[in-house]
Design a protein around this ligand. Structure first.
Ligand SMILES: C[S@@+](CC[C@H](N)C(=O)[O-])C[C@H]1O[C@@H](n2cnc3c(N)ncnc32)[C@H](O)[C@@H]1O
Length: 224
């Protein structure tokens, strides 16, 4: 299993009814069922072609009635409340759009590919609580970085502006993946800010962001 999916699966936990929205290959649902973590699971994907992959991977569970495939946009095809909802591998705006029309799920595991801040802001505005909010990495030489946001539909507390932007556990714990992501971002910003064709206003914006990142790294490094 790919490293990204292993991180996501490690955040999954037992549930009565599980839904994997945008399941594609269905590996995360396979993990839930194989480990006896749910009574039944809904596999949902907007693309019938993508869902086919999951249907063949999970054919046995589907035959047993423990896994129900649906072609649908987001949660639309799920006929009952699910106590654990996974949405991984989509943009943050799409995740917000999918969750928007419904009360927040009892528990959620979200892995936005971008716009994690929008997801955090949406969840907290809806009264949700984020219990795990961190960056993880995949690969050694050419690292990729992903955000993982898990929590429950009620009991939220306030986030600071920086926590919305960077993730609370990242700022509190400073994992090696988060620090590596910051260093990568810092280097990219420095390179862009040094371009001679850059207009001064844009350069000032880049340098401000660069200083912010250096400040976070400094705090983490002095806390170690
Ligand atoms: C990049 S794949 C991610 C698959 C898997 N969740 C993962 O993390 O590896 C995104 C999947 O989401 C599906 N998708 C995109 N928008 C969707 C929506 N609104 N509702 C359901 N599925 C959607 C796509 O068809 C695709 O199979």
């Amino acid at each position: 299993m790919r490293e990204r999916l292993s991180h996501i699966c490690a955040a999954l936990h037992s549930a009565r009814v599980f839904a994997d929205i945008g399941c594609d290959h269905g590996y995360c649902t396979q993990y839930m069922l194989r480990h006896g973590l749910c009574e039944r699971a809904y596999l949902s994907d907007i693309s019938a072609g993508s869902l086919k992959k999951a249907e063949s991977l999970l054919a046995e569970y589907i035959a047993e009635g423990r896994c129900i495939p649906v072609v649908a946009d987001g949660l639309q095809g799920i006929p009952e409340p699910c106590d654990l909802v996974l949405i991984a591998g989509m943009g943050g705006e799409e995740i917000v759009r999918i969750l928007g029309p419904y009360p927040l799920p009892e528990k959620f595991v979200l892995q936005p590919m971008k716009n994690a801040e929008k997801v955090r802001r949406f969840l907290l505005a809806r009264g949700g609580r984020i219990e795990c909010d961190l960056t993880f990495s995949e690969g050694d030489r050419k690292m990729k970085f992903y955000d993982l946001i898990c929590g429950c539909g009620a009991g939220g507390d306030g986030y600071t502006d920086m926590e919305f932007r960077y993730g609370r556990d990242n700022l509190r714990g400073g994992s090696s993946a988060f620090c590596a992501m910051l260093r990568t971002e810092r280097d990219k910003l420095a390179e862009r800010a040094a371009r001679p064709d850059m207009n001064e206003k844009a350069r000032a914006g880049l340098l401000e962001k660069l200083r912010e990142i250096e400040g976070i790294l400094h705090e983490i490094e002095t806390d170690l």
